[in-house]
Design a protein around this ligand. Structure first.
Ligand code: CKU
Length: 599
């Protein structure tokens, strides 16, 4: 159980949430001398830096963009708080690890760049006065961090990130920061789960507080009318004529939780709630007992200049594009996204496969390419594993705790493309899955995405999954181009036939398939990288998908072009987007739109 509350900040009669977004002070610390030089109090020669944003792409020089090591942020804030209020700082995330100081006092440290950092600053902060928060950040990766990577040191001593994954190592304070005030006795967390009985529904709830006063909850409909209420920290809200949350047809209630002392409200927390069930039955994924076919994308938090910084306009545009193309689902490849992404998905009725940042768990510098072509990429036999496993479990716990109450989240993905063919890999992931299962009150299906090495005869990890997610590039990394694409289809069918023979009776979802495609390039007949080739590739892949009735979804790689580390395989990033990085459609977007209209 997490020691801190990751509840999204709200303003109400008991709580305040003041945004610290805006310009912060910022300094690189290549020699890691900040602590000894007193930067914990104040940064001496700082520049200004936007929050939330990645620092990389605001710069015009190589060294700053590609900076790897320690760096610092600072912000002053005036704290309005009552004498007895608890005061917290909540960072949506800080990539990849940080230590927070308030008025020079060290407050907390957090490992992992994609989940909230929450710290209690009640003692260190001055009420009704100016305060200074300083954050020491580090963006180095190794084989026991999530994601996995390494650091390359140049002759000059400069460090460079060498990620074991195919996205730019954006870092910094990339999500919103809030100063939160709340009462000492407060709501720490809550769980919900649902049972639908004919036209009615039961919302089972359980509220965790840090005190002993009574808890009362009520459920309001979208118009604000109370439709059910209950006393006690756990119980059942009976909803007559329940309006269900459905895929692309969302209905949201509001759950209001209150800690009371007689008629006095001690604490109150409210959140949107969607009533829906998720179940797997044989090869079908059922939402409210109706089968759904998943249509959509693997995505990234990625945009020009902002890097991985959360921005409402980009998120809104992405949902508009996904609605236009008739998608209903996306995977938060390869890390949990900002809270606001899930809030929007709840409203828009999108399904999310929520993924922990377990990516790059194969040994080789460009491991995803080596793996895609069948190279041996062992990983789980080294002494980095115990620490890696500890981080992995911790981040699974933080992700499930943060996201468990979103109706949009229908599954948790516990890895992307690790090595899976050894007993060590099996034992490692068995420990991760065993840790994850009891954490989800809704018992959602658990999965992970498998790359090409994870063949039916070799993979030791797929039996742990409730449904299988395959990332396959037949016609790109395998037998790509021109007339060879027909060979790719044969190879693809051969693999699917071998899966089919196993009679696993679980859903299979394609969570990656795609081709790098330049939005400027047309060619007849097609050639790899042309828009025509992307269309042909998709058509071939769809032919294969439509031949197997256990295939229950197709999430293309990727929603949009995105930035990666530079190299001979990437032309200013990965170009497998169906949309450009600027969110305009490539030719294949129209093909997908048509297919998904009736699928
Ligand atoms: C994607 C073996 C395939 C791995 N997959 C991972 C993803 O992060 C990459 O961007 C491949 C690709 O190569 O476009």
């Amino acid at each position: 159980m997490l020691e801190y509350s990751v509840l999204y900040p709200v303003n109400n009669c008991a709580r305040t949430a003041a945004s610290l977004d805006g310009m912060w002070k910022f300094s690189f610390d290549p020699e890691s001398k900040g602590v000894q030089d007193g930067w914990t109090e104040h940064l001496p020669n700082s520049i200004s830096m936007p929050v939330p944003a990645s620092f990389a792409d605001v710069f015009t020089d190589h060294a700053s963009r590609d900076y790897c090591g320690d760096f610092w942020y600072e912000k002053e804030f005036f704290l309005h708080a009552g004498e007895n209020d608890v005061v917290e700082l909540r960072f949506g995330s800080v990539a990849h690890r940080c230590t927070v100081y308030v008025n020079g006092t060290e407050i907390c440290s957090h490992e992992g760049g994609f989940l909230p950092v929450v710290c209690d600053i009640t003692k260190a902060a001055k009420r009704n006065a100016l305060n200074t928060v300083v954050v020491k950040v580090n963006n180095e990766l190794n084989e026991s961090t999530l994601p996995c990577g390494s650091v390359m040191t140049l002759t000059s001593g400069k460090k460079l990130a060498a990620p074991y994954f195919d996205f730019f190592n954006y870092s910094g304070i990339q999500r919103s920061v809030y100063v939160v005030t709340k009462p000492q006795e407060s709501i720490v967390d809550y769980d919900t789960s649902f049972a639908i009985n004919g036209k009615d529904a039961d919302v089972c709830y359980s509220v965790r507080t840090n005190g002993s006063h009574d808890v009362a909850v009520c459920l309001k409909d979208a118009e604000g009318n109370v439709v059910a209420q209950s006393e006690g920290a756990s119980g059942v809200l009976h909803v007559t004529d329940a309006k269900l949350w459905n895929v692309r047809n969302a209905y949201l209630y509001q759950l209001v939780m209150v800690i009371r002392d007689g008629d006095t409200v001690i604490d109150s927390y409210e959140a949107k709630l969607g009533i829906r069930t998720i179940r797997i039955d044989g090869t079908k994924i059922l939402v409210n007992d109706e089968p759904v076919y998943l249509k959509g994308f693997g995505k990234h938090e990625d945009f020009d200049i902002l890097g991985r910084g959360f921005n409402y306009s980009i998120a809104k545009r992405d949902y508009e594009c996904m609605k236009w193309i008739n998608a209903n689902c996306f995977r938060t490849s390869h890390y949990p996204y900002a809270d606001e992404w899930y809030q929007l998905a709840d409203e828009e009725g999108f399904l999310i496969i929520d993924e922990v940042p377990a990516v790059g768990m194969m040994r080789s510098t460009r491991n995803f390419v080596k793996a895609g072509t069948g190279g041996f990429t062992h990983f789980f036999e080294t002494d980095t594993v115990p620490e890696l496993l500890k981080n992995h479990k911790q981040q699974v716990e933080e992700m499930i705790t943060r996201d468990k109450n979103h109706p949009s989240v229908f599954s948790f993905s516990l890895f992307n493309e690790p090595e899976t063919t050894s007993k060590e890999a099996h034992d490692y992931f068995k420990a991760v899955f065993d840790h994850a299962r009891p954490l989800d009150p809704q018992k959602r299906p658990l999965t992970g995405a498998f790359e090409k090495n994870s063949q039916p005869e070799l993979c030791q990890v797929y039996p742990l999954c409730d449904f299988l997610c395959l990332n396959r590039y037949y016609g790109w990394y395998i037998s790509g181009g021109g007339t060879a694409i027909e060979e790719a289809e044969l190879k693809f069918r051969d693999e699917m036939d071998r899966w089919s023979k196993k009679n696993l009776n679980v859903p299979f979802v394609f969570t990656e398939f795609g081709t790098d495609t330049l939005d400027s390039m047309h060619k007849l007949p097609s050639i790899m990288w042309s828009q025509e080739y992307q269309e042909e590739y998709y058509e071939r892949n769809f032919n294969v998908f439509d031949s197997y009735d256990f295939i229950t979804g197709e999430l293309t790689w990727n929603f949009a072009d995105f930035q990666t580390t530079e190299g001979i395989m990437r032309v200013n990033g990965n170009k497998k987007g169906v949309f450009t990085r600027n969110r305009q459609p490539k030719a294949s977007a129209f093909l997908l739109k048509k297919r998904w209209e009736n699928k």
